[in-house]
Design a protein around this ligand. Structure first.
Ligand code: HEC
Length: 155
């Protein structure tokens, strides 16, 4: 039997999950564009090309936020962390300043949604994995699990 205390902790855990930062899908790219133009273009340039007026004097060049081949592999968590806590939080240059004290988490998600909208080729949010339908006969002829290399014995 679980004590009322344990049950309480379970409910808290569920609430904590619900309170986790919203994914970029919930950010608004239109609002994000306004914020981006206000706070980010001095370095990142209009449209995120990395050619803002301040970029020329930076020792580290800001990357192109419109280049999907670079940006699409970066996770929402990564983008959120670098925008909120600055470059050093993800082992990048401190020339990328932290914004967490000036802008709200929701505004960060809006900006991320905007950056995602710039990507060429376009960004596809990792959705749920496609439902795997087992075709009749599929997987036949594959080695049964026992025939795969066994894990080395622990000494
Ligand atoms: C003072 C100049 C400056 C400003 C202003 C600035 N950034 Fe940056 N940002 C940089 C630099 C420089 C880097 C590259 C850091 C590195 O590669 O080590 C960077 C990197 C990034 C990255 C990492 C992605 C990549 O290119 O690898 C993101 C995301 C980012 N900035 C978002 C923003 C957002 C959003 C804003 C506005 C809220 C903003 N930046 C404002 C200078 C700036």
């Amino acid at each position: 039997m679980r004590s009322p205390m344990e049950r309480g902790l379970g409910i808290l855990a569920v609430l904590a999950l619900l309170a986790a930062p919203a994914p970029a899908a919930q950010g608004d790219p239109k609002t994000g564009r306004e914020f981006y133009n206000k706070w980010c273009v001095s370095c990142h340039g209009v449209g995120g090309k990395g050619d803002g007026p301040a970029a020329a004097n930076l020792p580290v060049k800001p990357g192109n936020h419109a280049d999907g081949t670079r940006m699409n592999i970066l996770t929402d968590t990564y983008l959120f962390t670098i925008v909120k806590q600055g470059g050093p939080a993800v082992q990048k240059s401190q020339m990328m300043p932290p914004w967490g004290t000036q802008i709200k988490d929701q505004q960060i998600w809006d900006v991320i949604a905007y950056m995602r909208s710039l990507a060429v080729p376009p960004y596809k949010a990792p959705g749920r994995p496609p439902r795997l339908r087992r075709r009749p006969g599929a997987g036949e002829g594959r080695a049964p699990a026992e025939r795969l290399t066994p894990a080395p014995a622990v000494r």
